[in-house]
Structure formats: C-alpha cells, structure tokens
Design a protein around this ligand. Structure first.
Ligand code: 13P
Ligand code: SF4
Length: 363
C-alpha cells in the first residue's frame, strides 16, 4: 500500500548524527512522560537507543494498550501503529515517523480480496464453521473483518494459543496473510500437510476445488515475508558443517522446511531469550531481520551471533525509520504540531479492537 511521506525539511536531511541526537534528546526531555517511544526489535540502532520500551509486536501492542502517555511514537511499521491506535481507543496520538514504513507481507491481503474469499467459501461450505484469523501483520480493516466474523488476531508469539482457541470454535480456519506462520503453527498443533491448503487469492476458489476446501482444516493465505523467505535449509546445513555444536534459531515466518530443522523457533522476543540463555562461547545462527541479529551480536560479545544467511537481510520498510524522521516528529510535538498521526476510523477501530482484545484475553 502506498502512503505518501513528504520529504523532510533540509534541517533534518542536512543534519549530522550528532545534531539529530542532541535534538532528539532535547525534545524527549521537554516532552517528558507525555511521550512514549516504542521500538520494534528490527529498528536500527540510531532509533532504538531512544526507545523507552522495546519489544516484539505482541509486547508492543500490550505496552501501547497500557500506556497513559499523550503521544506514542511508534518506531515500527504501519500495522503496529494502527494497532496501538485501536488499543488506546483513539485517546492518544499515535505517530509513525515515516508514513511509508509499511509491511510488504501485510499488503499481500486486503479487505476486498478477503471478502471475496469469504463469499467464495460461503458458496461451497458452511461459513458459520469457519473462523478467520489474521496475523498482527495486517491492516486494521482486516482485523475488523476478523472481529466481525468471530475470529481473532495472533502474533508470532501467541499463534499457537490463538489457533487452538479457534479450532475449538469452528471446523476450519482462514488464516491470513502469512502462510508460513499458519503452516508452522498447524504442524506444531499436530495437523498434517493434508489438513492444510494454500489459498491463492488471485485464483477462483483460491485455486482449490470443493473437496480441497471441505477437507482442509487450515486455509493458508498465499502471503509471505520477503525477509524471512530468504532463509533456506542449505544455510542451516552449511552452518552446521562449520559449527556442529552451533544453535539455529529461526522466526516462524520462515518456511516449514527451515523451521523443521532449526533448534528453536519463535518470535523476536523468543529469539532474544534463546541467545540470552545460550552459554558463553556458543555460536548461534539467527534467521530474522539483520538489525536484531547485529544488536544481539553486539550485546553478547561472549557468544558468536551471526545471521543464518550470510548475505544481509534488512526489512526495507522498518529501515525507513531513522534518526532524522524521529527528530522531525519529536520537534514538531514540542512545537505543538502532531505530524504523521495514525488513526483508524470509528467502526473499523471498534471491530479491530474486538479481534485484538480476543487475542489479549486468549493469551
Ligand atoms: P514479531 O512479532 O516476532 O516481533 O515479528 C514481527 C515481524 O514483523 C516479523 O517479521
Ligand atoms: Fe513485514 Fe517481513 Fe518487515 Fe516483518 S520483516 S515488517 S513481516 S516485511
């Protein structure tokens, strides 16, 4: 989805890192506890050092929900800022420093195509028995769709609990937009490959026939993360040849083939815990976004932490948030101007909140 972020004023584009740092520090001091800066683990260091709290998308959504700050500056991507606005009931100013910080996976499912899928499913099966589940990485409109239809949101740290909850409520799940998280969760819960089908939104009936739809327990939207799909089994084999005692930890947005042979799988918070728990001297290969891998390496000099893919894998949208954009939004707040506020309209927010609250209650 294209959102328009205008060019920053020259003051910010021409500034040195030292100048930006001193402006951010001054603005933070002026705004005090009226301001909460949240940083997702994939943020670059020049941004993350200013975060009042860091976390995975689940942790950050809980922090946003509990916050009383007037301004929440969300250093992450668009769907996270939207969720923060929804969870705070529009009572805070949620700000995304660069409006173009989206998520290519979230853009792989939109309301029109999910509604089309729902109608197509209704024509061949009992739609009342299908529970829609959206990964957090989706627009508020999709979270609202899920809320309206008795489903819930999940994140990579609670997908198992949410899918278990949904399976107790229906015969089938329509899981979007990440097929990999859906598939990995299905396998974790004991489903077999034959219980899952990929739903291709570009094809009639998702590219399936009626028998497929009737047999499937999990219908997996054909979406993926371009960062995590790069990790391959061959990377794990190469790492293990070099480090037979090494530890491989991967994010569940990686393919099932990769997850199956990894030592550990989990959200960004889980990845951090695995590295923290590893004994000094361990060699750990991590399959996730490179800024988190680099931070873990820097924070644990007594362990060797490397990217599973030796070629760098940045998330290009997370990367859009930099010190210049952060300084710009903060200095505007000091001047009484709210720029880049993310808001979700009333009805969408109401139903999206239902879906998010269900997730928070389940977990
Ligand atoms: P986490 O919920 O693990 O932070 O993941 C979010 C994400 O976008 C991973 O690509
Ligand atoms: Fe989206 Fe992938 Fe970036 Fe996560 S890493 S925000 S899923 S594009």
């Amino acid at each position: 989805m294209v959102r328009i972020q205008g060019a920053l004023p020259d003051r910010y584009t021409a500034a040195t890192q030292e100048e930006l740092s001193s402006w951010i520090a001054a603005a933070k001091a002026t705004l005090g506890d009226r301001l909460l800066i949240l940083g997702h683990h994939y943020q670059r260091e020049e941004v993350m050092r200013w975060a009042d709290a860091r976390g995975d998308s689940f942790g950050l959504s809980r922090l946003a929900a509990a916050s009383v700050a007037e301004y929440i500056v969300f250093c992450g991507v668009h769907f996270m800022a939207e969720s923060a606005d929804v969870l705070t009931g529009g009572t805070r100013h949620v700000i995304l420093p660069d409006l173009n910080a989206g998520c290519s996976m979230a853009d792989m499912a939109d309301l029109d195509s999910v509604e089309e899928a729902w109608d197509a499913l209704a024509a061949v099966t009992d739609i009342e028995r299908i529970v829609p589940i959206t990964y957090m990485n989706a627009s508020a409109a999709l979270k609202a769709f899920v809320g309206r239809h008795g489903g819930a949101v999940c994140t990579s740290s609670n997908a198992r609990a949410v899918v278990t909850w949904a399976l107790a409520r229906g015969d089938k799940l329509l899981f979007f937009p990440d097929q990999h998280l859906g598939r990995n969760t299905g396998f974790q819960l004991g489903l077999g490959a034959g219980d899952m089908r990929v739903w291709d939104p570009k094809r009639d009936l998702g590219g399936l026939d009626e028998v497929d739809v009737k047999e499937a327990t999990l219908l997996l939207w054909k979406g993926h993360c371009s960062v995590h799909q790069r990790f391959k089994v061959a990377h794990i084999e190469a790492f293990r040849t070099e480090h037979p005692d090494g530890i491989v930890v991967v994010h569940p947005e990686c393919s099932h083939e990769v997850v199956e042979v990894a030592d550990e799988v989990g959200s960004t918070d889980h990845i951090i815990r695995v590295v923290e728990a590893a004994p000094a001297g361990s060699v750990i290969a991590v399959a996730t976004e490179i800024h988190l891998v680099q931070r873990l390496a820097a924070e644990h000099p007594d362990r060797t932490v490397v990217s599973l893919d030796p070629l760098i894998c940045p998330c290009s949208t997370m990367f859009r948030i930099d010190a210049a954009h952060l300084a710009w939004v903060l200095e505007n707040l000091v001047d009484g101007e709210v720029v880049n506020r993310i808001t979700v309209d009333g009805e969408t927010a109401e139903w999206a909140r239902v879906a998010l609250q269900r997730m928070l209650e389940i977990t």
